[in-house]
Design a protein around this ligand. Structure first.
Ligand SMILES: [Zn+2]
Length: 121
């Protein structure tokens, strides 16, 4: 029953699903990303990277996911607590809404000091 927290994106991870990378406990996504040599986490350079990608239109986002995406798009980077407050969610729910956006490569999370910031992918 002990849920873990991904050391990188802060997502809640089932204890059984945790992947260990070096000495960190990561979710599946971050683990795959950590294994990738292409890993980049630079919020300031993100908008150039994939801006040509076909975004929302074809994706089936929930209204909350759409709001979250719009919020991040408008602000560039949004700390998780601020995004949660903006959408009226607690942080766990926010992270659950965030996960599919991450899978669709629309949003990503970057750790900056003690804050986890959501940015465009
Ligand atoms: Zn993660």
């Amino acid at each position: 029953m002990s849920d873990k927290t991904c050391a990188k994106c802060g997502a809640a991870v089932d204890a059984g699903e945790v992947r260990e990378f070096r000495d960190q406990e990561l979710c599946e996504d971050c683990y795959m990303e950590a294994l990738s040599p292409l890993h980049v986490c630079d919020p300031w350079a993100v908008h150039t990277a994939k801006s040509l990608k076909d975004l929302p239109g074809g994706q089936n986002l929930t209204p909350i996911q759409q709001k979250l995406y719009d919020l991040v798009k408008a602000k560039g980077e949004v700390p998780i607590p601020e995004a949660a407050a903006h959408l009226g969610l607690n942080e766990d729910d926010l992270r659950r809404e965030f996960a599919p956006l991450r899978h669709m490569e629309m949003l990503r999370a970057c750790k900056k000091d003690d804050l986890i910031l959501l940015t465009l992918f």
